[in-house]
Write a protein that binds this ligand. Sequence first.
Ligand code: HEM
Length: 279
Amino acid sequence: MTYIPIDGRPFTVSMGLRALNIQDWIESDSDLETDLAQKRDLLQRHHGQVFAALPEGLQGSRETLAMLEDHLLNVFPERFPQGIAVDEHLHPLESAARLVQEDLVVMTPRDGQWILTAACVCFPSRWDLTEKVGANLYEIHGPVPHYAERIGEATNTMFGKFTADRPVWRVNWTILDSPDLFQPSGALRDVARSMPREGAFGDVTYFRTERQTLRVLPSGDVLFTIRNRVNSLNELAHISPEFRDNLGPTLDSTSEETRGYKGWHPIWEQLMAWSQGAI
Ligand code: HEM
């Protein structure tokens, strides 16, 4: 599945939640084995960077693993002809995260706020999990321009209203200079930090989407899943001819703060030129 959430309309920071058909909760594709191998490697070599859990997140993590096992056996039975074997020594959220391409985050209510209490995030888009553990939704989104004033309160309220029978999904997107799935460090936001890069701009500049789902767990915690996909700009222009035409107006409508947050300043002129078909 390729998501292209750009239609030429002005950029807005919005919740953009849609009803999720539960059969589509987890997406599995031909990158499954590669992505799971990369997760195992990251969990072995950078455990403290990609996994974090507070005691409050244990119950939700156990529930996540149980729910995921049921779901995978039901929807992808061919993947598990012998059933699902889980290493009992691992934290249940780590076991769960090793089964799917998605990153997993457990959010727990505390004093009217939603706190990140357990997470396995192997594929961050230039942010650091260690800075977000124990943080609430406002704190987590501290660096995101316009989040607090436009959707902060609505998002917080929405978390308290999710019900088990109505899971939802949404998509975030950005443009980066690297196709790597593992891109930690919010401190190094700027795209083109690895310049000079070899190749045509549209071949070495990437559109990255995050398909996110939100589901209530039996305890009342909320499970947030994040699935990253990356395509070069030229690949997407090939898949969807409108992509190039739509990108320009949408980019043009972003605020200075958004461009800075997304790290686009160093490649801004080239992005505009690409979207106009000039390069
Ligand atoms: C309905 C729920 C949510 C909404 C509407 C939302 C919205 C957003 C938006 C608009 C961005 C900016 C993305 C960009 O422009 O590139 C963002 C970034 C982010 N979101 Fe969310 N988000 C939600 C839930 C969550 C949850 C549950 C987490 C828990 C981990 C989370 C973690 C993050 C992080 C870590 C970033 C990057 C922040 C940074 O750069 O430091 N989001 N979110």
